[in-house]
Design a protein around this ligand. Structure first.
Ligand code: MN
Ligand code: MN
Length: 367
């Protein structure tokens, strides 16, 4: 699926701002605009959009066929590994415009090294316009077709949770559960997770980004499972915390506080509310019960083709939510050396509320 109309919107934006070219080199942006999905790693992949000429893709030679398969309707220029890609890009641009005045860049992605290459080749060109925010705006409202794909990815995540729940027992390691999830997904033809499933037992879950390890499950602890899948480039991301054996009232209380924060935030979602207000609703609940200091991250992040994208759902995000925006709601309470609880669903904003992409129960499961 390509988004030629969005490339045209970028051309229009360039023309309104009187900028000659947009130099797009974030492979996620290129995936979104062209349908071609490849992280070039150290090689060079760029989409050059002109204000009043046809765009072109510049890529490593080995990618040309894959780009054609994605029905890219414009020119593709490529380079061999022993050629200088920046020189070739510059030559191609100069063939179209003899003296570009302004080139817009993706500042959040373009490294100092790459910018230096460009400024050396275009010594008279101004590179001070950043296109990042405009691209965020282009991507932030998901179409019905995009929401269908996100719903499909959500279903696959629900399936993955069932596998995890079935495989959890005393003595199993976090890594074994993660492997079972990967295996069951692949057997079903779901070939990609959006990140390695994060499985954390007991006090290990107090580190929100701690890695899945060889820790063994023991009775009477909480277990955190954060996972996501990819369907046609669209991503799911969800977290459940479950109990193995009998847990204490304190563990249960903390779970229920986190759940209340999750449900109240989700209930409040509708067009017109700000991201900051939403974060505040969840944060106030957790704070009211005395755990505010243990909620150590934002409430959520945008989701789509990228696992984390615009908008942020945080105290510093004034964005007003609109129908079609998609993001996570993931309050967490992390008590060092004791436990971690996070409950996460991604949602899409509807005309007067929202719907979740994942539907695995949030009632505390006791395995
Ligand atoms: Mn998330
Ligand atoms: Mn997650």
């Amino acid at each position: 699926m390509n988004n030629i109309s969005k490339i045209q919107s970028i051309a229009k934006w360039l023309s309104q701002k009187n900028i000659d070219i947009a130099f797009i080199n974030n492979f996620n942006t290129i995936k979104y605009l062209t349908g071609f999905n490849s992280d070039p790693i150290e090689r060079v992949l760029a989409l050059i959009i002109f204000k009043d000429k046809e765009p072109f893709i510049f890529c490593p030679s080995l990618e040309v066929e894959a780009i054609k398969e994605n029905n890219w309707p414009y020119e593709i220029y490529s380079y061999m590994d022993d050629e200088d890609p920046y020189k070739l890009i510059a030559n191609t641009i100069y063939k179209n415009i003899s003296n570009p005045q302004k080139i817009a860049i993706e500042a959040k992605n373009l490294t100092v090294f790459k910018l230096k290459k460009l400024t050396n080749l275009f010594p008279n060109t101004n590179f001070s316009t950043y296109i990042d925010d405009y691209i965020d705006q282009l991507r932030v409202i998901k179409s019905e077709q995009e929401i269908e794909l996100l719903l499909k990815a959500g279903k696959d995540a629900d399936f993955a949770f069932q596998t995890a729940f079935n495989k959890i027992h005393e003595g199993v390691t976090e890594q074994q559960i993660s492997t079972e999830i990967d295996y069951s997904l692949k057997k079903k033809g779901i070939m990609h997770t959006s990140f390695d499933p994060l499985i954390q037992f007991g006090k290990h879950a107090a580190e929100p980004h701690g890695e899945t390890s060889d820790i063994k499950a023991t009775k009477n602890e909480l277990i955190l499972i954060d996972l996501g899948t990819v369907y046609n480039n669209y991503i799911s991301d969800a977290t459940r915390t479950v109990a193995l054996g009998k847990i204490t009232d304190r563990q249960k209380d903390i779970y229920n506080i986190c759940l209340e924060a999750n449900l109240e935030a989700i209930n409040a979602i509708k067009p017109g509310i700000s991201a900051k207000e939403l974060d505040g609703i969840a944060r106030n609940i957790i704070t009211k019960y005395g755990y505010g200091d243990y909620f150590i991250h934002r409430l959520g992040h945008g989701i789509g083709q990228s696992e984390h994208e615009y908008p942020d759902i945080s105290q510093s995000s004034n964005i007003i939510l609109k129908k079609g925006m998609c993001f996570s709601i993931e309050p967490g309470i992390y008590i060092p050396n004791e436990l971690g609880v996070r409950i996460e669903d991604c949602v899409y904003v509807t005309k007067n509320g929202c719907k979740t992409f994942t539907n695995t129960t949030k009632k505390l499961l006791q395995l």
